[in-house]
Design a protein around this ligand. Structure first.
Ligand code: SER
Length: 890
């Protein structure tokens, strides 16, 4: 099974068993300051397990992108990854142990076809029930082990969070050579000799762990399972490590291509190639999810991973090639993963730019940092110490961007340890300085302020009005809860009542002004900071504002009305999709902003152009009918029985708000949804609805982006204008533009083919004259020459032709890419015993201040000083002659 088949098989199995398919959330957890990254499939569902929000369905399934920082330094071995995909099924108070075990066993052994007799199960020490359940599936009692917390059979999220005993399925590859336990037939999954691979973890999530370590029961008994896609791929594709599976093989090949080295050439090379591939993949995903390299928090983790990749690249390939290697490796990652994660593909251009930039910056600092480190090492040694002090490590980190872990590695190679505690002290001092400078940025302080104000309940007036006279009930200033704030300061205001809508249900928070007799605050966003606590975020622009001030709160009406058009249009779109594509269509997420709307929905397969047109036509028809948009409150149960759609991510109380668009005379409603958002009074206010894009965002999930009102009008006008000027430039009427462009493209293509043929001819002629100029030594040809190529690819092509023509030869080609010299060495197999292409090219490139290396038969290198290129070629000739005349070694 290829990895995409594994993804599909897993999701299909659980969807068929009543699970709602939930798209992967971002690697950056939304609204959870206790977590740096999404590290497991259950992370986005934490509020459901804790009883803080109702899940969209009691049974859920997902493939979640995960990132774990704990293993960064272990990457490079056979199994540790920072980024991985977790397959999972979840029950929020629905089924429990027996179904979870039954599903896992059936899927593994009957559907996917793992051989049943390869499985071992583990259960939590006292979990007799789980033991019995595996036994009933046919797992022999001798292969069901009882493990305690120390062996990891009690799963916790971290310090705090939902947790519970767990049960794991392990795959047995058979006894391993060199393992004493295997030899004694006493091996088991906790031994870690490589014999066992954990394929699935089933967590019986029953407790909440508080900061003090105490555990209290959760409101319901839940199931949280996680299976590593990469591990399944290893077993199902019969590979030894994940790097040989289809998830990584093309990336590894690209690293080989870029560095001229071979995977499994030797242990150190294999490890370095793996690190580069793994980190390039993880970094691409992090950047696509909005993380940017920096010196703190998430950004630092990304920077660390990136810099490790660049460092290992520099070990694999000395000297500079043309452009960014990391960029091309990440492009291979996007090729492999882009179909499953279209967001990654969409943001590919941006991701690659960030990577190239960071690589370039770091390659420069790495050189200077390493020099400085050498100096420091010398100084310490001279002083008789084998410890690099913390302030030195910090200097390298802070000024030269050398991550601590990398400094440790480099220092170790030079025989020194680093002072970790001293470094931590320096870091803490720096954090304190940063904190004093940017106070308000600090999440913890903010959370403390919200807790202090949590008793305030703001009444929402925004369904009926856009302005209100009210009173400031609480204020958070730059350093926490305060009485007042003045011009230039960032504030969060809490009001007794508000017309401002707080972000929720996909609709963005309102913007506008809050004015008191003494000052004015521009509000840039409105958020529900905690249950019922609405904060208006903005900056005091004039005078000052204080608690108990009577203020006028005015929402930016134009933006809000535009948002309302998009929200009502979203409901019409949802209803129209269900009519055209079928009632399996479900909202999976949405964004309702003033300038656009985005709607994600479940649907297997593509959407045809005519289906999309029909959806758009239906929505616009409803707009023209100018139907009233009604809303009322109803008991949750009643609303759902009436067919109101309940949406993903929404939290519903007993009383819910129902928004409906019903034809006045017909009984049936076109749209009926549970929704707390703000809407047009009549559909006619939407004006015009235009779909601007539609596409896949993951298996079974699609996304539509659309415009309404003035934005739709502007779009049409701009498109018409473009078309008009295109027609003018092509000197044809608008309706002939398409035909004219098609014929131009044909012309371009035939020109391109002609140029290619010409170039090839020129290359062949150059090769001919090179062949003629080759020197003959004892039947072997020696050729060292400068050629006109502008890429390694073109050089390799010439090298191939030369090899074919010369049969037995040592060839060194040099070419300038821009102002940098580059070299390619090629040795025919009969001569590699005497001349090693990698060694040869390394010495030759060194003349121009560069380096490189590679295989015995083919290698490439880059240099710096173009003025010494001829000298380098001279050396190539001398070396080749010398070695060819030395006796053959076998
Ligand atoms: N949360 C558990 C894990 O991460 C199972 O999904 O292993």
């Amino acid at each position: 099974m290829d990895s995409d088949q594994i993804r599909r098989t897993f999701l299909d199995y659980f969807v068929q068993r009543g699970h709602r398919l939930i798209p992967s959330a971002s690697l950056v957890p939304h609204g959870d300051p206790t977590l740096l990254f999404t590290s497991a499939g259950m992370v986005p569902f934490k509020p459901y397990f804790m009883g803080l929000a109702d899940p969209p369905a009691p049974r859920l399934t997902s493939i979640q992108k995960c990132f774990r920082t704990s293993d960064v330094d272990a990457v490079g071995d056979a199994s540790h990854l920072t980024f991985f995909e977790m397959l999972g099924n979840f029950s929020v108070g629905d089924y429990f142990k027996s179904e979870a075990v039954g599903f896992a066993w059936e899927l593994c052994t009957k559907v996917v076809g793992f051989p049943a007799d390869r499985f071992w199960a583990t259960v939590y020490t006292e979990d007799d029930e789980a033991f019995e359940l595996w036994r009933r599936q046919g797992v022999p009692a001798s292969r069901i082990l009882r493990y305690g917390e120390a062996e990891g059979n009690f799963w916790t999220m971290g310090e705090t969070g939902p947790c519970g005993p767990c049960s794991e399925l392990h795959y047995d590859f058979g006894p391993q050579p060199g393992c004493p336990q295997c030899a004694r037939d006493a091996c088991h999954p906790a031994v870690e000799c490589g014999r066992f691979l954990e394929l699935w973890n089933l967590v019986f999530m029953t407790y909440y762990q508080a900061e003090d370590g105490s555990r209290t029961p959760l409101p319901k008994k839940n199931i949280d399972t996680g299976a590593g896609l990469e591990r399944w791929a290893v077993v199902l594709q019969g590979k030894e490590t994940v790097y040989e599976t289809d998830l990584f093989a093309p990336v590894i090949a690209e690293v080989e291509r870029q560095t001229g080295r071979r995977y499994q050439e030797d242990e150190a090379t294999t490890r370095a190639i793996r690190v580069v591939a793994e980190h390039a993949r993880a970094a691409a995903f992090l950047i696509a999810d909005g993380v940017m390299p920096s010196n703190e928090g998430r950004g630092y983790v990304l920077r660390r991973v990136l810099r490790r990749a660049v460092y290992f690249l520099s070990r694999l390939h000395h000297g500079h090639g043309a452009g960014s290697m990391l960029e091309r490796i990440a492009a291979a990652v996007i090729d492999v993963m882009g179909a499953a994660y279209p967001d990654l593909a969409d943001r590919g251009g941006f991701v690659l730019r960030v990577l190239a930039h960071e690589e370039e910056k770091f390659a420069q600092t790495l050189e200077r940092g390493a020099e400085l480190l050498d100096q420091m090492v010398e100084e310490e040694r001279a002083g008789g110490s084998d410890l690099l002090p913390g302030d030195r490590v910090f200097l390298l980190h802070d000024t030269f961007g050398l991550p601590r872990e990398l400094t440790a590695e480099l220092a170790r190679e030079r025989g020194l340890r680093i002072d970790d505690a001293g470094f931590e002290r320096e870091m803490a001092a720096q954090r304190e300085r940063a904190r004093a400078a940017t106070k308000f940025e600090f999440e913890e302080e903010r959370l403390r302020a919200y807790r202090e104000l949590a008793h305030i309940r703001t009444r929402f007036l925004g369904y009926e009005r856009l302005t209100a006279e009210t009173t400031v009930a609480g204020l958070i200033g730059p350093s926490g809860v305060a009485d007042s704030a003045e011009a230039g300061e960032d504030v969060e205001l809490v009001l007794l009542e508000t017309p401002f809508y707080a972000e929720g249900g996909g609709q963005v928070g309102d913007t506008g002004w809050i004015a008191s007799p003494t000052g004015r605050v521009r509000i840039q966003d409105t958020q529900a900071a905690a249950e019922g606590l609405v904060v208006h975020r903005g900056r005091v622009e004039e005078g000052w504002i204080a608690v108990n001030d009577v203020v006028t709160a005015s929402v930016d009406g134009e933006k809000r009305l535009a948002t309302m058009r998009n929200h009502t249009a979203t409901h019409l779109l949802h209803a129209a999709l269900r009519r055209v594509l079928g009632t399996h269509v479900r909202q999976a997420g949405s964004l309702v902003a003033p300038d656009r709307l985005r709607f994600d929905f479940t649907h297997i397969g593509g959407v045809k152009a005519e289906e999309l047109r029909e959806v758009q036509r239906l929505v616009n028809e409803k707009i023209r009918q100018d139907v009233e948009v009604g809303w009322r409150y109803a008991p949750y149960q009643q609303a759902v029985e009436e067919g109101a759609m309940a949406l993903f991510g929404e939290k519903y109380g007993d009383e819910v708000r129902v928004v409906e668009v019903c034809e006045p005379e017909a009984d049936a409603c076109f749209s009926r949804e549970l929704c707390g958002g703000t809407h047009c009074l009549r559909t006619g206010q939407i004006g015009l609805f235009l779909i601007v894009s539609e596409g896949s965002i993951g298996s079974g999930l699609r996304r539509i982006e659309a415009l309404t009102g003035a934005a739709a009008e502007e779009y049409v006008v701009a498109q018409a204008h473009t078309l008009r000027s295109l027609a003018d430039r092509l000197s044809v009427p608008v309706d002939e533009v398409e035909r004219r462009v098609a014929s131009l493209l044909e012309e371009v293509e035939s020109q391109r083919r002609r140029i290619q043929a010409l170039e090839r001819e020129v290359g062949r002629r150059e090769v001919e004259s090179l062949v003629a100029s080759a020197e003959r030594l004892d039947g072997a040809a020696v050729l060292a020459a400068r050629v006109a190529a502008t890429s390694f690819e073109a050089m390799r092509e010439m090298g191939d032709l030369l090899r074919d023509r010369l049969k037995s030869a040592v060839v060194v080609l040099a070419a300038a890419f821009g102002d940098r010299p580059n070299f390619l060495a090629m040795v025919t197999p009969d001569l590699t015993g005497r001349v090693h292409a990698g060694d040869l090219v390394k010495q030759v490139a060194a003349v121009t201040g560069g380096g490189g290396g590679g295989r015995p038969d083919m290698a490439q290198a880059g240099g710096k000083d173009i003025s010494r290129l001829d000298e380098a070629l001279g050396l190539a000739r001398t070396l080749a002659r010398e070695r060819l005349s030395s006796p053959k070694q076998d």
